[in-house]
Design a protein around this ligand. Sequence first.
Ligand code: PXP
Length: 399
Amino acid sequence: MPVDISAHYTLPSYPVNIEKLRRRAQWFMDRLEVGEQTVSILLTDDAEMSSFNSQYRGKEGPTNVLSFPLFEATEEFPFSDLPIDELGDIIISLDTALREALELGQPFPYRLNWLIVHGLLHLLGMDHERGEQEALEMYDKEQELLTRFEHYRRNQMTHLAINVDHIATIRQARGTTEPDPVTAAAMCELAGAEGIVIHLREDRRHIQDRDVHILRKTIKTKMNLEMGATEEMIAIAQEVIPDLVTLVPEKRQELTTEGGLDVIGQKQKIAEAIKNLGEKGIPVSLFVDPDLEQIRVSHEIGATFVEIHTGRYCDAETEDEQEQEYNLIVDAANEAYQLGLRVNAGHGLDYRNTARIAALETIEELSIGHSVISRAAYVGIDQAVREMLDIIRQAQNSL
Ligand code: PXP
């Protein structure tokens, strides 16, 4: 693992999300063209930092960051020429980082990013203490990297869109008029959901045409209509004009959508659907497995969004398997984001497994149905939505 992070300490008020920090450090290393090399980062407190500072620099008290390059670069022997794959160690005092952030009026995550960049530049041989010229060069490089990072980050928080199909499933079980997904959608919005998702299935097993038409008039946030790429569905979408159409594969016998779309195998048909919906100004999202090739082809044929299928991550039976699936989602979301696609994710997300996905900066919206509606049966829809929103917001505020 190129970036190895250990935490000897955590700040109670600013819990650090190690995985997110690792990805950030990796992002900066990639921009510095040392992404293949190894760096160890230790997060500690002022007490331990003071002892390192005294032991290695003969200075009293804590400091914000210490860097220990494995090799010292010199002018005649620049670091990049060294045939080694380890840059060295960075030690950061979280206590000092927080104090500085408060003094400078900077968000704590920004300060931590700055310390990582500062430490990395030291490892690469830059040193602001060698004179004004070098201090300026180092400052410029830090600013450049931090500005690029801010551009890279999505500038909006991950949204929660609630799928209300399951409310319609209960209604259809009795063939009566309640519970009504229209009422449920309004309640989800009142609780803070930023979008409503409905899947109009060919067999109309839950959502009915009447729901689609009424919801178009009542949804105040965004209407995401999931559907198969059939002629019938495209005609309905062209009439209703949802804010987004998500194309999904649909098999009659399945309990729920079982896998991602095979965009590669059905390239022509899906491209045609995107074009037909696009003529009415409807953006299209393709529900795909976390597969780089499916994502590249989705981009090639003009999708605006992809929705990354999180089902295998959610259903994983071992930690290793879940880790593997999670990494596929991270890579797929990054690839889509880099290509300029907008990225949603969903399927199987619940109160335990959503936080890690919500923490990904590349993902714009999570589409969640079953877990929230199930919980609503016990605690009410308002509370179930709010609890999920809390999980998403906390995941994003953790660093
Ligand atoms: N996204 C898509 C494309 C889906 O088909 C579904 C299931 O209807 C979801 C998200 C939501 O999945 P879940 O109900 O498991 O949260």
